[in-house]
Ligand binder design. Structure first.
Ligand code: VG1
Ligand code: CO
Length: 542
């Protein structure tokens, strides 16, 4: 029943920051998914008879892709594929289940926070047995294979029912449909103080969780409303839709504006939170108090010992390079090491496996810990609830207290989207060519202290990853970082990260963009963004 199908390679099936991401019509081309999935399996060894975990964020094309993966996995010799009911499995839950079942690996079908629907984005990512995104040697091998593939093998069989719990046979392989929420919810109970949070809600604490019509809906309904007693209606947009109701499932101040406005209004609940398409990102907003993701990482780290899973303290804190230095200050105070990695969760895996870091995070609304090997949106929300329950203070009080203790890192990211790719490359290359001449120059009233192109030396396996973003440091401790996105599907996205540290509590009340005004102006003139890209201002400010 195994059919061998001749195929020809496609151009550019290169996994980016977080797997292969393209427009849906690209994935719909004949053999496109088949080529990539076969290339994944061709790059792996030793999975015969083993288990693969499979699921996605429910976006358009999820179901079609699942059937293809099942049939190719069966032909490749996997013993079992465990698929989330309805094809639903959040990214952190996939990581959780891979680890819990000691599976060989997993495939996640998602384009995360990108638009869905027939003309939206789709994505395929392979995760290893440790539960995290495949490291670079594997993604490099997959990419190489996509360039030489000549055939794929697929089981000829009718589509498998993925909506009924239980087991069915597909060729020699077992397909097991399981509850996508149960294992994850159980893990959360081990880490976070559910009793304390139940008491918090019972005492009248109010919250809105916006699942953005994406994958976290079922998880949030079950955990927040079901297990923790949050009032019915706490979770909004809680049913996953293939097109996310036409919205970007991206929990930031642009796409979760309604939530932000509610939290700034007189009708604000105590806490507002949201997650993205695949459930790995989080947004935290207190009544009248937005928490930047970089600050949230620092505050979770500083208070983690209040949660049962972390009461022994943290081994270390890791952040991606563009993430603000707020977490470093917490690490310093705790007397533990901090690590700075390239953008993308795959770089945290080694640090977590080696127990060098316990908590990690990125400025792009990703926070997580050693409980899984992905960032985890709902976990971050539960950690905040745990902290609020134990401390009995508001989000605003905790944020202001944190700044008073550690100082405030004013921070913003400016994105220039769908920029001409050649212009974006030209801009980055021109910056790189100036790295040696910049130190000592006075620009916009600020003196450049040093400039470099970030390279990461992995302390565990010794690998070196270069060209991870141009950093310009100023003598007053401010910093501007430039890098190109690795997750976009149209043109290039230039990300500019701007940061200034302010130790003085009397100066912690400025609006972020105003506080960073001179640096923002400089961030545009330094590489002549307008001259090179035609863009006078960014498309998205977070
Ligand atoms: C972006 C973020 C990065 C994150 C990645 C995947 O990558 O900047 O921090 O890890 O998305 O997140 P890039 O290369 O576009 O800057 V997700 O929620 O898509 O899995
Ligand atoms: Co995501």
């Amino acid at each position: 029943m195994i059919r061998v199908v001749a195929t020809t390679p496609y151009e550019g099936q290169k996994p980016g920051t977080s797997g292969l991401r393209k427009k849906v019509p690209v994935f719909e081309q004949p053999n496109y998914v088949e080529n990539f999935v076969q290339s994944i399996f061709d790059s792996l060894e030793g999975f015969a008879g083993k288990t693969l975990i499979l699921g996605g964020d429910g976006r358009f094309y999820n179901r079609e892709a699942i059937q293809k993966v099942l049939k190719i996995a069966a032909a490749a010799g996997f013993g079992r594929v465990a698929v989330g009911k309805g094809g639903i499995l959040s990214t952190p839950a996939t990581s959780c289940v891979i680890r819990k079942r000691k599976a060989f690996g997993g495939i996640i079908l998602s384009a995360s926070h990108n638009l869905g629907g027939p003309n939206g984005d789709f994505g395929i990512k392979y995760n290893i047995g440790a539960g995290g995104p495949a490291p670079e040697p594997i993604t490099d091998a997959i990419f190489a294979r996509t360039k030489t593939i000549t055939e794929y093998r697929i089981v000829d069989a009718p589509d498998v029912d993925i909506d009924t719990l239980g087991e069915t046979a597909l060729g020699d392989m077992v397909v097991e449909v399981f509850d996508p929420v149960a294992d994850y919810a159980e893990l959360m109970q081990q880490l976070v103080d559910f009793e304390a949070i139940r008491a918090l809600f019972a005492g009248g604490f109010t919250m809105r969780f916006d699942a953005m019509h994406a994958v976290t809906g079922p998880y949030a309904h079950a955990i927040l409303e079901g297990m923790l007693g949050a009032a019915p209606g706490t979770v909004v947009n809680g049913t996953p839709l293939p097109d996310f109701a036409g919205h970007h499932p991206d929990p930031n101040l642009v796409y979760a504006r309604d939530l932000y406005d509610l939290l700034m209004s007189d009708a604000a609940p105590d806490l507002g939170a949201a997650s993205d398409g695949d459930g790995d990102r989080n947004l935290i907003i207190g009544r009248g108090q937005f928490v930047t993701p970089s600050d949230s990482l620092a505050m979770i780290a500083a208070n983690a010992h209040l949660a049962p899973g972390y009461k022994a303290g943290l081994k270390g804190i890791a952040r991606s390079m563009p993430t603000s230095g707020a977490a470093d200050r917490v690490a310093e105070k705790l007397g533990i090491k901090s690590y700075e990695t390239p953008t993308g969760w795959k770089f945290f895996g080694n640090l977590l496996d080696a127990d060098l870091a316990t908590v990690c995070g990125e400025e792009s609304a990703g926070t997580g810990s050693n409980h899984v090997r992905e960032k985890d949106g709902l976990w971050a929300v539960l950690m905040w609830l745990n902290i609020l329950a134990v401390r009995g203070e508001s989000v605003a009080d905790i944020v202001r207290g944190h700044w008073a203790t550690y100082g405030r890192n004013y921070y913003t990211r400016h994105d220039y989207e769908e920029v001409d790719a050649a212009a974006a490359d030209g801009l980055m290359n021109a910056l790189r060519a100036r790295l040696d001449e910049l130190p000592g120059q006075v620009l916009g009233g600020l003196t450049v202290e040093k400039a470099d192109d970030f390279a990461y030396h992995d302390p565990v396996d010794g690998s070196v990853t270069t060209k991870q973003g141009v950093r310009v440091f100023f003598t007053d401790g401010s910093r501007i970082v430039y890098r190109l996105s690795g997750t976009g599907t149209a043109g290039a996205t230039l990300r500019v990260y701007i940061e200034r540290f302010e130790p003085d509590p009397a100066k912690h009340d400025f609006e972020t963009q105003a506080a960073l005004g001179d640096l923002i102006t400089l961030s545009r003139s330094l590489p002549d963004i307008e001259g090179r890209t035609g863009r006078g201002a960014p498309d998205v400010i977070t």
